[in-house]
Design a protein. Structure first.
Length: 294
């Protein structure tokens, strides 16, 4: 049995979470156009008859300009110290910029095989893909370079096969039916948070947190309660929307993903709670085992 840990790194919004979800076949990491949506280290677990790959999805590495950014970078750097292989992901539809060079410079401090994944090749023709490969290959001694489209799932199986070559014969770390190391309540909370971001555009900042307060499993369904926490009354009004339409749509969209995750009927109820003081929020989160950077 070949198994090992693979770290996914790159700038924000290059498609790491989308790639992870498509490899695993379930939503284990949320996606959004907002930078730094991933605030936690997520492990997604891929299994087949001969291999177990534990993917570690990290917050996007960037030059931080605030406390949250510094914390996210620290999480990303910490996570790649304990993996067997690193996947550096870049957006092939964008030019090679200082952000990618910044990540590459950080990789030079690490002695591990690094596979470059050029994402979004569905937006490029063959000639442009080759030009993109050439623009990166002289910057770092990549073990391999694999162009993919995480969204369209193009070449994703090829990437998995490439990763298998760099793993060792060892024990399995997780059971065959486990797809993530995160508890169910965390995954559900993240799904709701994703829908909040998607349906409120840039109106809602990263201070929004979602907490799953209750999961009740019945014979053929689940009853789930999730609280959306904001720090201002104005944000609550935005999320609730006129006549409650916005929060209703958030619930509808989240329920679809949760039902797919659980393969079951789900009754989802959302609440929006205003907690203005950080200490009060911290106390509330601790009751449910959550912790968040200020």
């Amino acid at each position: 049995m070949k198994s090992g840990f693979v770290g996914l790194i790159g700038r924000p919004n290059v498609g790491k979470s989308t790639l992870l979800n498509n490899i695993i076949g379930k939503k284990v990491a949320i996606t959004s156009d907002k930078p730094q949506t991933t605030r936690n280290i997520i492990q997604g677990i891929y299994n087949d008859d001969e291999t177990q790959i534990v993917f570690v999805d990290t917050p996007g590495i960037h030059k931080p300009n605030h406390k949250l950014g510094k914390y996210l970078n620290k999480q990303a750097y910490y996570s790649i110290n304990d993996v067997d292989v690193i996947v550096m992901m870049v957006d092939g539809s964008e030019s090679l910029g200082p952000g990618d060079k910044y990540v590459i410079e950080k990789l030079k401090e690490i002695d591990k095989p690094v596979i470059l994944v050029i994402n979004k090749i569905d937006k490029l023709n063959r000639e442009k893909i080759m030009l993109k490969i050439n623009s990166y290959k002289d910057l770092y001694n990549f073990a391999e370079i694999v162009p993919v489209s995480a969204l369209k799932k193009d070449n994703v199986k090829t990437l998995v096969n490439v990763l298998k070559k760099h793993l060792n014969q060892t024990v399995k770390y997780y059971e065959d039916d486990q797809i993530t190391n995160k508890p169910l309540d965390f995954v559900i909370s993240e799904i709701v948070r994703e829908k909040v971001f998607r349906l409120t555009d840039d109106e809602v900042p990263h201070s929004v947190t979602c907490v799953t307060e209750n999961i009740e499993k019945n014979k053929n369904s689940y009853n789930i309660n999730v609280v959306i926490i904001v720090d201002r009354d104005a944000l609550k009004k935005i999320i609730v929307g006129a006549g409650g339409k916005k929060v209703k749509q958030i619930g509808i969209d989240a329920r679809k993903d949760i039902e797919e995750l659980l393969d079951s009927k789900v009754y989802l109820e959302l609440f929006v709670k205003v907690i203005k003081k950080w200490r009060d929020k911290e106390k509330y989160l601790s009751e449910f085992g959550y912790k968040e950077i200020e």
